[in-house]
Each structure stands twice: as C-alpha cells, then as structure tokens.
Design a protein around this ligand. Structure first.
Ligand SMILES: [Zn+2]
Ligand SMILES: [Zn+2]
Length: 266
C-alpha cells in the first residue's frame, strides 16, 4: 500500500499571452521546487477576439513545441502537460485548430458575457453596477451550462469567476448554479480548485465552499490550479486548497493525458 500523495497543478499561463511574466523554464523550475508532480501549461487559446491578451495563432506551434521540449528536458523531475484554457462564448466561435489540438486537456472558461467584455477586468467593474446582479449571475451560470453541454472540455475553469469583485447575488448561489453543475457532471468534466481568487478582492478560491459541497454531492471530480501568471504564483496557497477539499470529503484529484482522465490521491 503506497501512501504517496501526488501534487497536481493544471492551470498555468506563459509570457506568450502578453499578460504574464517569467520564462516557461522558470515556471517549470519553480514547480519542481514547490514539489509539484504534475504541472500543466494551459495558455489562453488563440481566438478571433480580445487578441491582445491571448496566445497569437501564429505562435501556437511555438507554444506547443516549447512545452513538449520542457516536458522532455525535465521528465525525470516532473510530469509536464500540454493544454489550453479556451474562452467559451455564446456568439464567438472557438478555433478548430484548438478544439482538435493534440493536447492533454482543455479547460473551458468564461471571462466574457454577451456584450460585456472581461468581467474580471477592473476596467469593466461598472458593468456590475448598472445591471441586475442576480441576472448577471444567472447569465454567467447559464453560459457555464452551455459550455458543459458543448462536450468540448475536460475542466471547468475558475467556476465562479463572476464573484471576483465581490458583487454577490441575492439569490442562493447553489440554486443559480445547479443546472450548470448537473451539466458538468453529465459532461464528465472536472472542477478545478483555483487559487487565483485568493489573490483577488473576493479573497477566496474559485469555487466557493458551498459550490464545492454541491460538486461533492453530485460526485464531480476536482483538480488543483495556481492559475499562475508569474513565477511566484506557482503553488500559491496549495495547502489551503487541499485543506478545503479534504474538509468537504475529497481525497482524489484528477489530471489528463491525451484527454483521458487519471485520478490520484492528493
Ligand atoms: Zn490570464
Ligand atoms: Zn481564466
């Protein structure tokens, strides 16, 4: 009987998205130092929208080759995975080159709602003040539900990112999210526990404890993510994330190879 615990960190960016710092190799070295066993690069995937803050399509091959070269170079120290974080939007198509890319997994994320760009960007904070907060939240989780139903993704990225600036709904969040969560379960997707929220005004991981409890009730698997955009963010608050997960009842984390899910004890 092995009591080996595996440390997984599946959501990390690179300098190629134009809003992150540090070299990819520094990320890998920091991950090794932090005791991470499975480390995934999941760059913001190219698409024909908000192009300034994502990997350019022309650099897709360069990104993939760089990850695979690092995977080879550090294979005795760490298992490096290749992935994308893909923006799911109702009206803007995703690129076939990404959806069919030869990757380990795809994270589906919502950073933009219909006609309202980058709601996690402080520039757009006014959007919360001028709208019905319960409707914003319902629109957001309806979009998550559609994302799950698309069957294109392995992981639901930062599930309740909409809370980032602490504009919370009046209605019970579990009720708002229920159909989205059921769709995630049905699509056989994993929910990541993402540390980035701890660095933001909401000051807690994505998703909240109550949504994680709902995920556990629905038997949805989890994984862990730093969502690092700088070297120092790798491994950020990992112990806090795992304690939260254990408190709820989880003891397994998932990762993916060639889109197949693997479960390990964390
Ligand atoms: Zn980013
Ligand atoms: Zn994201």
């Amino acid at each position: 009987m092995s009591s080996k615990k595996t440390r997984v960190d599946l959501h990390n960016h690179t300098i190629l998205c134009n809003h992150a710092t540090g070299t990819m190799e520094e990320y890998v070295q920091k991950a090794i130092e932090s005791g991470i066993d499975i480390f995934g690069f999941s760059e913001h995937a190219p698409m024909d929208f908000d192009k300034k803050y994502r990997l350019p399509l022309e650099k897709k091959d360069f990104y993939e080759t760089s990850v695979l070269n690092l995977k080879q170079k550090y294979k005795n120290d760490i298992d490096i995975l290749l992935a994308y974080e893909v923006d799911f939007m109702q009206n803007i198509p995703m690129l076939d080159e990404i959806l069919n890319a030869k990757v380990d997994y795809l994270i589906g994320s919502i950073h933009f709602l219909d006609g309202w760009g980058g709601f996690d960007n402080p520039e757009f904070i006014g959007g919360y003040e001028n709208k019905d907060i319960d409707k914003i939240w319902q629109d957001y989780f309806d979009t998550i539900e559609n994302m799950a139903k698309s069957q294109l993704f392995d992981i639901a990225g930062h599930l309740d990112l909409i809370k980032v600036f602490k504009y919370l709904p009046n209605k019970d969040i579990k009720l708002i999210a229920l159909n989205a969560m059921k769709a995630i379960k049905k699509a056989n997707m994993v929910v990541e526990i993402n540390a980035a929220g701890i660095r933001k005004p909401i000051a807690e991981a994505y998703p909240s404890k109550s949504l994680l409890e709902l995920a556990f009730e629905l038997d949805i698997p989890i994984t862990f993510s730093s969502d690092a955009h700088e070297v120092e963010q790798i491994g950020f608050k990992y112990d806090e994330l795992t304690s939260l997960a254990k408190e709820i009842g989880y003891n397994k984390a998932s990762y993916f190879k060639n889109r197949d899910r693997i479960s390990v004890t964390f």
